[in-house]
Design a protein around this ligand. Structure first.
Ligand code: ADP
Ligand code: MG
Length: 348
């Protein structure tokens, strides 16, 4: 069963279930750290505790670098690019940032623009470019409308090798909906290269696993978007990511109204109706992007967006607690308690 204490301790969107079934020589070596503005956990199944700890330290060091290089508003490689773009200049982008920009552009196109990492100014205008959550009235409608009309897009970027410019000075890149997925992929790749092919990485409830937990799969809980603990759990093994975007953790509070941190680029308004989208896919970066895009798509349009993004295993929870699942997801998840309603939806 779900380990409730882990949720309390971690405050995360998902957690490991208690360890059973590991052969005596192997043990799960776990470390926790605070990166990407969230609690991060790495679990490695290993016979050699020292080697596992060294590998986790290596990955943790990379997380710190990635957080700096890809950060949406703090000084770093992406900040340098954004400053150049705002000034109408081109900029030579750090080698490890460039592939993210290309991939983000492809995925933004595939999502029909619902995932749009070029809307950094809108995200900032709503107050989400701070460590603390914003409070008070929404930004002025005219300021929002101006940024929506400017229509910043990843397609405004002009690539010339490592030099990047923008045709649109309103482009400000915010990889908050993508970078953690990339980091998950790279962490599992790095752990595997160091000889640790059985691992689980948890970036604030966005998880990716490789291999297995000994003679059983990894067991994962998906956090309840409207309550404590898990809404559901599932077993995963091999290379797989389970990424959840929710509106319940980062939001602007204005009296009793909450404006979540995922913004619909078409209106400039926070996406209010889907409270969580979970995507299961071998590529954590695609899963991360898709989860964000599906929250924006909303409770009717999401299957079409999932299809365009090539994700088949999805769970959506709306503001009334109603659950929609694809058949693939329905076959895998176990609900902690029966939800208000559950509907299986094919991605055609
Ligand atoms: P989390 O980072 O909490 O796991 P997401 O992956 O959904 O959640 O990313 C949300 C972040 O993505 C926001 O905080 C913001 O930085 C950025 N963002 C907000 N709206 C969009 C959007 N429509 N497209 C791309 N990125 C967005
Ligand atoms: Mg995301």
């Amino acid at each position: 069963m779900l380990n409730r204490r882990d949720f309390m301790k971690l405050g995360l969107g998902a957690c490991l279930l208690p360890a059973v079934g590991v052969s005596r020589a192997e043990a799960v070596v776990s470390e926790e750290m605070y990166v990407f503005g969230t609690l991060v956990g790495v679990d490695v199944l290993s016979r050699n505790t020292d080697a596992a700890r060294a590998a986790i330290a290596d990955v943790s060091h990379r997380f710190t670098q990635q957080n700096r290089d890809w950060h949406a508003w703090k000084p770093g490689a992406l900040g340098d690019l954004n400053r150049a773009l705002a000034g109408g200049h081109t900029h030579e982008v750090a080698p490890d940032l460039l592939p993210l920009l290309h991939q983000a552009r492809e995925l933004a196109r595939a999502s029909g623009g619902l995932f749009n990492p070029a809307i950094g100014r809108l995200v900032g205008l709503w107050g989400f470019h701070h460590d603390t959550l914003p409070v008070g009235a929404p930004p002025h409608a005219a300021a929002v409308a101006e940024l929506v009309a400017a229509a910043p897009s990843m397609d405004d970027l002009v690539f010339d090798g490592r030099r990047v410019g923008s045709r649109n000075p309103h482009v400000q890149i915010d990889l908050g909906g993508h970078a953690k997925g990339v980091a998950l992929n790279q962490a599992l790749d790095r752990l595997a290269a160091l000889g640790h092919g059985n691992a689980l990485v948890n970036l604030g409830g966005n998880l990716a696993v490789s291999g297995s937990h000994g003679d059983r799969p990894w067991h994962i809980g998906i956090r309840h978007p409207q309550g404590e603990g898990a809404i559901a759990s599932l077993a995963v093994s091999g290379r797989m990511a389970v990424v959840t975007s929710g509106t319940y953790e980062r939001y602007r509070q204005d009296g009793d109204k909450r404006y979540p941190h995922i913004i619909d680029p078409r209106s400039g308004q926070p996406a209010m109706h889907v409270v969580s989208a979970t995507v299961l896919h071998p590529d954590a970066a695609r899963a991360d992007v898709a989860a964000t895009a599906l929250v924006v798509a909303g409770s009717t349009a999401w299957p079409e967006v999932a299809r365009k993004l090539g994700v088949n295993d999805v769970m959506i929870v709306d503001e009334a607690g109603r659950v929609q699942l694809t058949p693939g997801m329905a076959a895998r998840v176990h609900f902690a308690e029966p939800p208000a309603s559950v509907k299986t939806v094919e991605i055609t």
